[in-house]
Design a protein around this ligand. Sequence first.
Ligand code: NAD
Length: 251
Amino acid sequence: MNGMFDLTGKRALVTGANTGLGQAIAVALAHAGAGIVAVGRSSMAETEAMVAGTGSSFQAISADLSTLEPIDRIVSEASAGGRVDILVNNAGIIRRADAIDFTEADWDAVMDVNLKSVFFLTQAFARRMIADGAGGKVINIASLLSFQGGIRIPSYTASKSGLAGLTRLLACEWAARGINVNAIAPGYFATNNTQALRDDPDRNAQIQARIPAGHWGKPSDLGGAAVFLASDASAYVHGVVLPVDGGWLAR
Ligand code: NAD
């Protein structure tokens, strides 16, 4: 591993690491040498087996991030295994309905997981990073809907646009404290989150035709950006929302 991208000796906490993008990010960080703390509400067995293949350490913490209730426990259980140097806020949900019919329940559910819990989990780890003076890395998983409006996903667009703003605010407050706060904006990746789009033949064809790369992203396509933002290679990078989108936003 090239020194600049080497994460040996670091520990990375990844939320929603049981599947999809979170799993791929955890595996990429593990390949770069980081120990993984996988946080989520579902079994982490598959991710644990994949991380084991890299030789990096693995800890699972079971927690539902739809409320702030588990945050203190996540911090104490994760910290019992050593310092958390890298926090990847990946867990997220989406609800689809026309804006005109959208319910308060679908608004709150998405905002709570995608924005409120992200802020308070990040605050909790940043307090430790600032207290011990050793800095750290925060990587938020944003979206193309951090830049664009989309359709039929009002709370998702609000949450991901809010997350881009929050990324910039936290970068401004914490850059001088040695914490890099950045985000990755994945384009269209084949995961559970986008199953409904791929199941609709018309939407699927429209989306694929608009992607300059010509195909949906594979979760492993995110690994390089995650390692970059977790490593010394991004030491002077603060507050960016980095698209990994097959060229979608360039079009
Ligand atoms: P996914 O549905 O496969 O995974 C979402 C993850 O979040 C799962 O691990 C799930 O268990 C976890 N999660 C959801 N609610 C939770 C809760 N209350 N508590 C704990 N964990 C919870 O989807 P994905 O595509 O892998 O999504 C990962 C992230 O990437 C999300 O933030 C999503 O918005 C974002 N994203 C995905 C795409 C895409 O094309 N797939 C594009 C842009 C952004």
